[in-house]
Design a protein around this ligand. Sequence first.
Ligand code: FES
Length: 88
Amino acid sequence: MAISRAEARRVEVVDGGPILLEGPVEVALANGGTAFSDRHVVALCTCRRTRRPPWCDTSHRSHRQPPGPQAETPAPREQKREQEREER
Ligand code: FES
């Protein structure tokens, strides 16, 4: 059974941050356990600094490089998603 591109789940990699997945998701953990989230958008930690693995708790933000002359402004969509996560 072929799945069309329109039906495919979207995964978004945030530069320096989490991987965003369309939920709900069940994550198979390295220890054999599972973690489940029924949220519409789920943020998986990639920096390993979270206190709520496997979920991103925004701890990655406190370890970013200080702004410099080559720092980029986050894309509007990333800013909106980070604001939504803060409000949770
Ligand atoms: S990616 Fe956000 S806490 Fe790790």
